[in-house]
Design a protein around this ligand. Structure first.
Ligand code: APR
Length: 246
C-alpha cells in the first residue's frame, strides 16, 4: 500500500447525523449560548452552576445517541488498517462518546469528554456519568472541586505531544466534519502536509482551511466516508472526486 500511518481528525460534523448539534451553524450550540458564559475558565468563577448545568444537559443527551455510518467506517478503518500493519491515530475535537460506541480504540479527545470529570484539587480525571454541581465531592480527595472535563477556550488541548508525534510520522491525514477555525486543530493539516502527508477533507462544504488540503470529498460524511474507507482498505488507493485533476 502507498500509505502506512494515518491520522484522522474529527469535528462536530461527524456527529451531526447522529443528532448532536454542531457548534457553528444557524441552529448550532454556540448560537444559543454565549461562549463566555459556559466555555471559558472565568465562567466557572462567575457562575459555576450554569457551567455544570450546561454540560449536564449535553451529557444526559448522549445516552440515546447512536453512532452513524461515518463513525463505523472509522472503526473499520482502524481495525483493518492495523491488521495490515499500518497505524490509525484517531484524534477528535468532539466531547461525545460516539467513536467509542462505534468500536474505535485509543481515541484522543483533545477537547475533553462529557463522560469524564476533573478534580482540580487532586488533579484526577475519571469517568463520570451523572450530573455534577459545584457542590459535588471528589470521591478520591473529598474536596468540592469537580469541574466538567472539557477544554475551555483559553486552555491548552490535551495530549498535544502524542498528536504531534503522530502527525510527524503520518503519510495520510484525514479531516472530517470540522470548520477549521479553532486552533491548534485547524493547523494539523498544514503541519502534516508540510511533512509530506497527503491531506484530504470531508465536509458538507468547502471549509475555512480547504486550501491547505490536497482535495476534499464533499457531502454527508455518512455517505462519503464509508466509500472512501472501503476503497482504501480493499485496494490501498484513495477515492478521489470525479473532478480531481492531480
Ligand atoms: N458531514 C460532513 N460535515 C458536516 C456534516 C456532515 N453530515 N454536518 C456538518 N458538517 C460540517 C460543517 O460544514 C462544519 O464545517 O462540520 C463542521 C462543523 O463545524 P463546527 O460546528 O465549527 O465544529 P468543529 O469544527 O468541530 O468545532 C471545533 O470549536 O467550539 C469549539 O471546542 C469546540 O471542538 C469544537 C471546536
Amino acid at each position: 500500500m502507498d500509505y502506512k500511518n494515518i491520522v484522522v481528525l474529527t469535528g462536530a460534523g461527524i456527529s451531526a447525523e447522529s443528532g448532536i448539534p454542531v457548534f457553528r451553524s444557524e441552529t448550532g450550540l454556540w448560537e444559543n449560548h454565549r461562549i463566555e458564559d459556559v466555555c471559558v475558565p472565568a465562567a466557572l468563577v462567575r457562575n459555576p452552576k450554569l457551567v455544570h448545568d450546561f454540560y449536564n444537559g449535553m451529557r444526559r443527551s448522549l445516552k440515546d445517541k447512536k453512532p452513524n455510518p461515518a463513525h463505523f467506517a472509522l472503526a473499520k478503518l482502524q481495525k483493518e488498517w492495523t491488521a495490515k500493519g499500518g497505524t490509525v491515530t484517531l484524534v477528535t475535537q468532539n466531547i461525545d462518546d460516539l467513536h467509542e460506541k462505534a468500536g474505535s480504540t485509543g481515541i484522543i479527545h483533545m477537547h475533553g469528554e462529557l463522560n469524564s470529570i476533573w478534580c482540580t484539587a487532586c488533579n484526577r480525571r475519571f469517568p463520570y456519568f451523572e450530573d455534577s454541581t459545584p457542590e459535588s465531592v471528589c470521591p478520591y480527595c473529598g474536596k468540592k472541586a469537580l469541574r466538567p472535563d472539557i477544554v475551555f477556550f483559553e486552555e491548552t488541548p490535551y495530549r498535544l505531544d502524542e498528536i504531534t508525534r503522530a502527525l510527524n510520522r503520518c503519510d495520510l491525514f484525514l479531516s472530517i466534519g470540522t470548520s477549521g477555525v479553532v486552533y491548534p486543530a485547524a493547523a494539523f493539516c498544514q503541519y502534516a502536509g508540510a511533512r509530506g502527508a497527503q491531506c484530504i477533507e470531508f465536509n458538507l462544504d468547502v471549509s475555512a482551511g480547504a486550501a491547505y488540503f490536497d482535495y476534499g470529498l464533499y457531502g454527508k460524511a455518512s455517505e462519503t466516508l464509508p466509500r472512501f474507507v472501503d476503497e482504501l482498505v480493499e485496494k490501498g488507493t484513495l477515492l478521489r472526486p470525479q473532478s480531481w485533476q492531480g
